[in-house]
Design a protein around this ligand. Sequence first.
Ligand code: SAH
Length: 241
Amino acid sequence: MKITVTGIGPGGEAFMTPQALEALQACDVLAGYDVYVDLVRHLCPGKQIIRTGMRRERERCALALEAALAGNNVAFVCSGDAGVYGMAGLMLETAANHPEVTIEVVPGITAACFSAALLGAPLMHDFAVISLSDLLTPWETIVKRLRLAAEADFVICLYNPRSKKRRDQLDTAIRLILEHRLPETPSGYVKNAGRPGQEAHICTLAELPGQAIDMFTTVLIGNSQTRIINGRLVTPRGYAL
Ligand code: SAH
């Protein structure tokens, strides 16, 4: 009776930790969002599969709990890290009245770290991760966090930057950040990190709204110290050279 909420990293199995792989191999039931289940099912053939579509998070957790209560060892997969906009929190909440079910959280490489590595070393100093999705967070809260993170000179990493329904929010976010940061601030974005079609681009903050940024993209915005060194994005930590 166990659920292992497992972060599988950004995509390919090369980026999955041995601990995550072990969880997949040890399970009886593989559960998760369709796309992530399909990314890993070949690694654990013959398992029972519970897959649900987008926005079915509550149902996904309830089904995983049901399978565990029936005596199964469930691997519940999430992309990136299970506890960063993943399912770890909702799974713990869903199982609140079932202390007999062991819930283990297995971390994975989150999109911010993987994307930062492709671009250079932009997250070397204090940074803030902000999701632009207002499905679960009021837009006013997002605006406040963007403003204050920009004012406090955090490196800013944006998740869920733009969807088909939310075309303008990235542009608004950049406009808010520009109130506290220079237009030429070195920035970048990574699309499909660790998956087929991976792209990494460096540009200025002011150029970000014009880029082909979508829901499978992570955006990184430098702080006042971030520089470009040999084509890589670097936020100095302050060591004297
Ligand atoms: N748990 C995930 C984040 C889920 S939120 C993690 O830790 O990475 C979904 C957002 O994460 C996407 O809109 C995108 O901004 C970012 N993201 C997730 N996977 C990505 C990938 N492979 N490449 C680029 N961005 C990604």
